[in-house]
Design a protein around this ligand. Structure first.
Ligand SMILES: [Zn+2]
Length: 345
């Protein structure tokens, strides 16, 4: 079958160039038949773990013994169509929700039966820190008594949140961020980044996949709008409830992370003696420098704690009212810079 005859199929995944050391290491382990039956891939968000996991899963199932999945054998063709019977990808059913116990229990038949294509069976769990306790406990059994030729590939940005009993049954490998120039080189070749590649990469803390995702979601324009609103709030040109109504419709965790990074930058600026490149929100440096002079360290630390409390609340899926969450934070934001005036003369 030629490439042109497979319009809906995906080309085989390959690890990124900056991941080749670990790739080679795992290839050697596989050649020596010493590959662990469960891997936990860790590393910062946006460093390319998902691609690495996908490429490794495909390699394990590929019927040719090559350095990368061939893309041509029967297994690779099944994978390209997303229908390989010996590969299971487990992710939360809904973004931001936990991996549920029934999703993991559903694996036991899969693990207990023979591979249909006669090779490995591979389970990829993304992100492993999003399994709830019951799901993690259900997975333990599979990890303790893996069938023959079964490989579990777990991945997580936050391995500290993966249950210790799960972690201890996996061999952990850390994927780092690429060198800045390598990441920039890759990013500039992506159709969605164009001239903004360097700016996006700095904003993403050097994580190229995160930078690409930002580009694809129109993040730069949204950031500009958000900073403008924060400034207009301080000038009392717009009210907290109006901004809150707008932000309540967006991804709350992502918004909280952004506000936390802005607050951290203000703290960094106040502490001083840092290279300007240490400031995460480079695109708002002028505003942040101005604001850093109008507040106090302890207020910033308190505000950061408040953001963190809301974050924990959200992560526990308590579903706080997001309109109220943002109103509270925006009023808190305004108070950061108004202390001097409120103090009696
Ligand atoms: Zn193949």
């Amino acid at each position: 079958m030629s490439e042109a005859d497979r319009p809906q199929s995906q080309p085989p995944a390959r690890p990124f160039s900056w991941q080749s050391t670990l790739w080679q290491q795992l290839l050697r382990l596989r050649a020596d038949q010493r590959l662990p039956h469960a891997l936990l891939l860790t590393g910062p968000a946006g460093c390319g773990k998902a691609r690495f996991a996908e490429a490794l899963a495909q390699l394990m199932l590929c019927q040719r013994d090559e350095t990368y999945p061939c893309g041509e054998c029967k297994s690779c063709l099944l994978m390209s169509q997303g229908t390989h019977p010996d590969l299971v990808m487990v992710t939360p059913v809904e973004r931001g929700k936990a991996i549920r116990v029934d999703q993991i229990r559903g694996l036991s038949d899969f693990i207990g039966s023979a591979a249909q294509q006669g090779g490995y069976r591979v389970v990829v769990i993304t992100p492993a820190d999003e399994m709830n306790v019951n799901a993690a406990n259900a997975l333990l059994k599979g990890l303790e008594e893996p069938g023959r030729d079964t490989l579990f590939i777990l991945q997580s940005d936050r391995p500290g949140r993966v249950m210790p009993t799960i972690r201890s049954r996996c061999q952990q490998y850390t994927l780092g961020l690429p060198p800045f120039d390598a990441a920039l080189d890759w990013l500039q070749q992506q159709p969605d980044c164009g001239d903004s590649a360097e700016r996006l990469l700095r904003l993403s803390g050097g994580a190229p996949l995160r930078a690409l995702s930002m580009a694809r979601h129109g993040e730069l324009a949204r950031r500009e709008e958000r900073f403008q609103l924060l400034e207009q709030l301080l000038r009392r040109q717009v009210s907290a409830p109006v901004i809150a109504a707008r932000w309540a419709k967006e991804d709350a965790l992502e918004g909280l992370d952004w506000l936390a990074s802005v607050t951290s930058d203000l703290i960094r600026l106040r502490i001083g003696a840092l290279a300007p490149t240490m400031i995460r929100n480079q695109d708002a440096l002028g505003l942040l420098e101005k604001l850093a002079n109008l507040t106090a360290n302890e207020k910033l630390f308190e505000f950061k704690d408040k953001i963190q409390d809301y974050r924990v609340h959200l992560m526990r899926r308590n579903n706080p009212n997001q309109q109220l969450l943002w109103e509270d934070l925006l009023i808190g934001w305004r108070a950061l810079f108004s202390g001097q005036r409120q103090r009696p003369e």
